[in-house]
Design a protein around this ligand. Structure first.
Ligand code: PBG
Length: 323
């Protein structure tokens, strides 16, 4: 045997494996998504996501404290309003569910507050923007995103996260924020967001399944890799501070490519369906769901993500703290 082919030497015990470990996961890497649902009287478990609890604009206060105590640095808020309409006006209402929730937790903790910015949870038809001739109209939607960004910043969001995949959304939001004096509010853009079947459980939780059609005229075709780099490049050019690839596990090649091509902070979103798969198999006794959770998170980190948005955030942080 050639001496250099003896690779098992450095795997022979736990501590030697530790010193040659190329990647590590810490709670600092994790962002917890939270559903805040105005139609609920009390926190309620999402049926397709066992262990994920939708909060009320009041219960979010205790939840934020719990997550901060686990050393998590940031939360990503999704609002589900009690009233939906054609335009999704609750998205930018100063008393809308997200704005109220942000005000309730702001200044009570050091958590970075990220507000998801889309209209699909707020429109009666469940589409991400203004419908014209049966399709989502790009430019009139941008105006509503700009209004929503200002309302979220005004309530105290540190970061706004446009997830609608409209062309030009980052520039429209950046200009609107700067115009109102919110230069310090950052933009985390869902840059390469694919039209994925892995969003199914989220749409249950957010009650945002489109009443007709799908999102393929704006979300990306899963067949495309180069196009994702064009999307990320465009968002950075428009002023995005953090770019994102979503989903994560089925798109690790996109994360790795983005890491190679761009220096900007890169987020990956381990979405609802990825969570549900691992959870369901665990509940059935088909795999060890905690081990699978940690392995999936580490592989997203290894692919090149600087931060991971995951419904496992609290669970993983707990395990990492007790290591
Ligand atoms: C849109 C949005 C979606 C997700 C995050 N933001 C749903 C969609 O595009 O239909 C999905 C997240 C997940 O599945 O966990 N506001």
């Amino acid at each position: 045997m050639f001496p250099g082919t003896r690779l098992r030497r450095l795997r022979s015990n736990r501590t030697i494996r530790q010193i040659v470990s190329e990647n590590t996961l810490t709670p600092n890497d994790l962002i917890a998504p939270i559903f805040v649902n105005e139609t609920l009287k009390a926190p309620t478990e999402v049926s397709s996501m066992p262990g994920v609890i939708s909060q009320t604009p009041e219960s979010i206060m205790g939840e934020a404290k719990r997550l901060e105590d686990l050393s998590l640095p940031a939360i990503l808020l999704f609002g589900i309003p009690s009233k939906k309409d054609e335009q999704g006006t609750q998205a930018w209402d100063p008393d809308g569910v997200i704005q109220r929730s942000i005000r309730n937790i702001k200044d009570k903790s050091d958590l970075t507050i990220i507000a998801d910015l889309c209209l699909c949870e707020y429109t009666s038809h469940g589409h991400c923007g203004v419908l014209k001739n049966g399709t989502v109209d790009n430019d009139s939607t941008l105006e509503l995103y700009a209004r929503t960004a200002i309302a979220q910043a005004e309530a105290g969001a540190d970061i706004v996260a446009p997830s609608g995949m409209m062309d030009g959304q980052v520039l429209a939001i950046r200009e609107a924020l700067d115009g109102e004096g919110y230069e310090n509010v950052a933009i985390m853009s869902y840059s390469a967001k694919y039209a994925s079947s892995f969003y199914g459980p989220f749409r249950d939780a957010a009650m945002s399944t489109p009443s007709s059609g799908d999102r393929r005229t704006h979300q990306m075709n899963p067949a495309n890799r180069r196009e994702a780099m064009r999307e990320i490049g465009a968002d950075l050019y428009e002023g995005a501070d953090i770019v994102m690839v979503k989903p994560a596990l089925a798109y690790l090649d996109i994360i790795a490519e983005a890491r190679n091509m761009f220096d900007a902070p890169l987020a990956a979103y381990q979405v609802s369906g990825e969570y549900a798969m691992i959870k369901a198999a665990g509940i059935n006794g088909w795999l060890d769901s905690e081990a699978a959770m940690m392995e999936s998170l580490l592989s997203i980190k290894r692919a090149g993500a600087d931060m991971i948005i995951t419904y496992f955030a609290a669970n993983a942080a707990k395990l990492l703290k007790s290591d």
